[in-house]
Design a protein around this ligand. Structure first.
Ligand SMILES: NC(=O)c1ccc[n+]([C@@H]2O[C@H](COP(=O)([O-])OP(=O)(O)OC[C@H]3O[C@@H](n4cnc5c(N)ncnc54)[C@H](OP(=O)(O)O)[C@@H]3O)[C@@H](O)[C@H]2O)c1
Length: 305
């Protein structure tokens, strides 16, 4: 992997205690960045921070707690971060809910379906709360995470009449729907932030090995499926290189609105992801559900182009 020096950068990465998020935290810390590992579990988070600090030989790795399914938690996190850190150079939305044991829709305390709340509304809200700091730190970057599995849903669109999952629900569908929303959010936000010095890019994560300890609770048939998938899987470290490239490579300072499989390898999004009308409706609905009033990030001319 290319070596970077980003010792002047402060980076937040969510879901940083496991898998790709932890591997990326390590790579970014090794490149010298101040890394805020945003995790929901104090125990798993503290252990991961200790591991990363030790392996990277860096004291500039911190734990901050956040539950991405809870708007109150995200607001608390943002408030604390803004009070503690004068700059934010890169915000990486890596955390995601894909618990295949869940058979029925569950609502968060905010009243949103949990998968959509964690994987889309959470990143939407956190980005808005931190946007002024990102702008003040420009050139800065937002990185979102989607999934290669979206290729098996070529016609997937935002289901505005089923955001709560009450009409129909399966974890797989809810997960890919939330990832499709992240792709649309990426494209829309990139356009709205043109000229603001904040880029927005999305990683299309492929088949990446999930650590054993995270699979313990799964039924046997599901373990078998994961074992079969693992034969062809990338390591979290390999996939994290794309996060690190997007976060650190100087050549990407003005590259925005991209969708990436790997460093320098662009991916093509599903057709519906480019639909401006749906993007804008998704933005409005997400702003309503997260109680964002001033619609930060909205460019002056986004209605005219
Ligand atoms: N692995 C793959 O094959 C694959 C394929 C396509 C896309 N992806 C995407 O890649 C990203 C990383 O996944 P991974 O493979 O590294 O999986 P992972 O090892 O299971 O990591 C997921 C992380 O998200 C965190 N998380 C889940 N819900 C959260 C919440 N409500 N608040 C805060 N953190 C939460 C988890 O924390 P806890 O420890 O607290 O659960 C964990 O740290 C995800 O966005 C995923 O959708 C992965």
């Amino acid at each position: 992997m290319q070596k970077y020096d980003i010792s002047d950068k402060t980076i937040i990465i969510t879901g940083a205690n496991s898998g790709i998020g932890k591997a990326a935290s390590l790579q970014l810390a090794q490149a010298g960045a101040t890394v805020v590992m945003a995790c929901r579990s104090p125990e798993r988070g503290a252990q991961a921070v200790e591991d990363v600090r030790k392996t990277a030989n860096s004291s500039r790795v911190e734990l901050m707690l956040v539950d991405m399914s809870s708007q109150a938690s995200i607001r608390q996190f943002a408030e604390k971060f803004l009070a503690q850190y004068p700059r934010l150079d890169v915000l990486i939305h890596n955390a995601a809910n894909f618990d295949h044991r869940q058979k029925k829709p569950a609502l968060t305390p905010d009243g949103s379906e949990t998968v959509f709340a964690t994987n889309h509304l959470g990143p939407f809200l956190m980005t808005h709360l931190l946007l002024d700091r990102l702008k003040a730190s420009a050139p800065s970057r937002v990185i979102t995470v989607a999934s290669k599995g979206l290729m098996t849903y070529p016609f997937l669109d935002i289901e505005f009449d089923n955001l709560d999952g009450k009409k129909k629900f399966s974890m797989q569908h809810a997960y890919y729907h939330s990832k499709q929303a992240q792709v649309m959010f990426t494209f829309d936000l990139a356009r709205r932030l043109e000229g603001a010095g904040v880029t927005v890019n999305c990683v299309r994560v492929g088949n990446v090995a999930i650590p054993d300890e995270r699979l313990d609770h799964l039924p046997k048939w599901m373990l078998k499926m994961y074992e079969a998938k693992r034969k062809f899987a990338l390591t979290p470290e390999k996939m994290a290189e794309t996060y690190t490239w997007l976060a650190a490579d100087p050549s990407l300072e003005t590259v925005t609105g991209g969708y990436w499989d790997a460093p320098d390898v662009a991916a093509r999004a599903n057709k519906n992801a480019g639909n401006r009308e749906t993007q804008e409706r998704l933005w409005e609905v997400s702003a309503g559900l997260t109680h964002i009033e001033n619609h930060q990030g909205e460019s002056n001319d986004h209605h005219s182009n």
